[in-house]
Design a protein around this ligand. Structure first.
Ligand code: AQP
Length: 342
C-alpha cells in the first residue's frame, strides 16, 4: 500500500481549522493508505513557546487524533521527538541543502520579518529541512498539504532528488549499498476545497492556534456555551441572506463552508437551506451543527484522557513501528554518505 504521513504542531489548542483542514481528512486516508500521523513537537519550538505547556499539548493533540477517529489498528500515531531519526536525518540533509533554498521560503521571510533577525532562532530557517526529514524518513508516497505548506513540500521533493543524485545510484552501490534512489520523491495530496477555515473575527485571515484572541477560533474542546457565544459574537455583515462565494462577504462564505463540512450536506443543499435566512437564524443553525459534530469527539476525548496508560501504550507502539521504518532509511543515508559503520 502507498504510504501517507502527516502531523500537527502542539502549539496550542487544536481548532476547527486543524480538524477540517487536516485531521478529518486523515480518517478517510487511513482506509486507503498505510498512514503515520505524528505530533510534530520538534517543530513547535521554532518560535518562543511555554516549556510548561509542551508536553500537555502533545498528549492532548494525540488524544484528539484518536477522539476524532484515527484508528490505531490502521494508522501509527506517535510523537516526533520519540523517534530520534527525525533529528539525525535532518542534520545529514542540512549538509545537502543550499542556504538559498531556505532563504526563499515565504513562511520564513514572513515570520522572521515580524520578529526581527536577532529574535528568531536558526530553527525557523531550517524548519523545512526537518519537515523534509519527517517525510523522507518514511519513504512517503503522498503528503496532504495545505496552501501554506506547498512550498515546503516542493523543497522536500527537490532535496530528495538532490540527495539521490549526490549520494545514490552507483556511488552508493560502490559503498556496499543497494544502489538506486535513497529517497522516494513524495507527491502532494491536495485536500478537498473549502477546507481552509478562516478566523471568526476576520474572514480574510486563517483560523490559527497562535492568534492572540481565542474568540477567533472554535477549539475542538470548547464547551457548548463557549461555541454558542463565539458564533454569536463572530464577525458578520449587513447584506441580506446567506450565500457562498461572494468576494464581498468572506465571513459569510467561511461560516457557510464550515456549516457544510460539519453537517455533511452538499454545497447545493446548504445553499438552498440557508439562502433566505437572516444572520440570527443561521448562527443558531451553525452553532447547533457544530455542537452536534463536536460533542461525540469531546466525549471520546474524555474517555481517552481518563486512562493515561492507554495513551502511553498507543504512543509507545506508534514510535516503535515508526522507528523501524525510519531507522532503515537513516542507515541507508549514513551508508550512502560514506560514514564508518558501528
Ligand atoms: N485555518 C485552517 N484551515 C484549514 N487547515 C488548517 N490547518 C491549520 N490551520 C488551518 C492545517 O492544520 C494542519 C496542522 O497545522 P500545524 O499545526 O502544522 O500549523 P499551522 O498550519 O501553522 O496551524 P495553526 O493552527 O495556524 O498553528 P500556528 O498558529 O501554531 O501556526 C496543517 O495541515 C494545516 O494545513
Amino acid at each position: 500500500r502507498k504510504r501517507v504521513v502527516s502531523g500537527v504542531q502542539p502549539t496550542g489548542s487544536i481548532h476547527l481549522g486543524n480538524y477540517l483542514g487536516a485531521i478529518k481528512n486523515w480518517i478517510a486516508l487511513q482506509e486507503t493508505y498505510e498512514t503515520l500521523f505524528f505530533i510534530v513537537d520538534l517543530h513547535a519550538i521554532t518560535l518562543p513557546y511555554e516549556t510548561q505547556q509542551l508536553s500537555k499539548a502533545t498528549r492532548d493533540t494525540a488524544a484528539l487524533y484518536l477522539a476524532c477517529g484515527i484508528d490505531t489498528s490502521k494508522a501509527s500515531v506517535f510523537v516526533q521527538s520519540h523517534v530520534r531519526a527525525h533529528v539525525e536525518l535532518m542534520w545529514l540533509l542540512s549538509a545537502a541543502t543550499p542556504i538559498g533554498w531556505l532563504n526563499r521560503m515565504i513562511q520564513f521571510k514572513e515570520k522572521s520579518r515580524k520578529a526581527g533577525d536577532e529574535n528568531v532562532g536558526v530553527a525557523l530557517l531550517t524548519y523545512p529541512v526537518l519537515m523534509a526529514s519527517d517525510i523522507l524518513l518514511y519513504q512517503s508516497d503522498f503528503v496532504p498539504v495545505g496552501e501554506d505548506q506547498k512550498q515546503h513540500l516542493e523543497l522536500t521533493r527537490e532535496l530528495a532528488e538532490r540527495v539521490n543524485h549526490l549520494y545514490g545510484g552507483r556511488k552508493w552501490k560502490k559503498l556496499g549499498g543497494r544502489g538506486g534512489a535513497i529517497f522516494k520523491v513524495p507527491e502532494p495530496l491536495i485536500p478537498p476545497t473549502g477546507a481552509r477555515v478562516m478566523s471568526l473575527t476576520d474572514g480574510l485571515s486563517k483560523m490559527s492556534k497562535s492568534a492572540p484572541s481565542d474568540q477567533s477560533r472554535i477549539n475542538l474542546l470548547d464547551p457548548k456555551d463557549v461555541i454558542v457565544n463565539k458564533i454569536k459574537r463572530c464577525k458578520t455583515d449587513s447584506l441580506p441572506g446567506i450565500e457562498f462565494d461572494n468576494p464581498e462577504r468572506p465571513e459569510c462564505n467561511n461560516l457557510l463552508s464550515v456549516y457544510q463540512l460539519v453537517s455533511g450536506k452538499t454545497k447545493e443543499e446548504v445553499s438552498q437551506e440557508c439562502q433566505s435566512m437572516n444572520w440570527g437564524t443561521f448562527k443558531t443553525v451553525l452553532a447547533d451543527a457544530l455542537i452536534d459534530h463536536l460533542s461525540p469527539i469531546q466525549a471520546r476525548y474524555e474517555e481517552i484522557v481518563a486512562d493515561p496508560s492507554y495513551l502511553d501504550r498507543v504512543l509507545e507502539d506508534g514510535a516503535t513501528k515508526a522507528s523501524d521504518i525510519a531507522d532503515a532509511t537513516l542507515n541507508n543515508v549514513y551508508q550512502a554518505m560514506g560514514f564508518l559503520r558501528r
